[in-house]
Design a binder for this molecule. Structure first.
Ligand code: ATP
Length: 139
């Protein structure tokens, strides 16, 4: 089974983390918000309070032991990009990042991340497919 590190336990990051756990994977959840970390501590393999804009804090997480790191920080684009730059310098190979704007997408594509995720667009496409094929139910 895979080892995943999810940075940011907002709605998107927590949903991804819980689904990976449900599928039998190991998940490290990271957030600056202690209340969120407490909330998910029992449901994830590990949950840690850390500010991922701080390279020393990132180093302590041992992220090179994970198969994939997913940066799921939304609103704070600067924090997300800073974290990505640190992760790239640390040599993290497989890096998925949630993008919130066209500008962020452009910068992420220049930084060379593995996959840029656009939750709203991707969900819109899935909903359209579900509407178009109402007999096909993937849940
Ligand atoms: P969602 O839509 O998934 O709820 P969002 O798009 O509103 O999220 P945010 O709430 O801005 O995104 O960010 C997601 C999580 O990332 C938050 O729980 C926030 O505390 C966390 N986060 C933001 N900055 C940092 C940081 N520097 N280090 C660690 N976690 C962070």
């Amino acid at each position: 089974m895979g080892q995943f590190a999810i940075i940011g336990l907002g709605r998107f990051g927590s949903a991804a983390s819980l689904e990976l756990m449900r599928m039998g994977h190991s998940v490290l959840g990271v957030d600056t918000n202690g209340k969120l970390v407490d909330k998910y501590a029992d449901q994830l393999t590990h949950a840690v309070i850390a500010d991922v804009t701080d390279p020393a804090a990132l180093d302590e997480l041992g992220l090179d032991n994970y198969d994939v790191v997913l940066v799921a920080i939304g609103e704070d684009i600067q924090a997300s990009l800073l974290c990505v730059v640190h992760l790239k310098s640390m040599g993290i190979q497989t890096l998925w990042v949630k993008a919130s704007s066209h500008a962020q997408h452009l910068i992420l594509s220049k930084l060379g991340v593995t996959r840029i995720v656009h939750p709203e667009e991707e969900m819109g496409i899935r909903v359209a497919q579900a509407l178009s094929y109402p007999m096909v139910n993937d849940y």
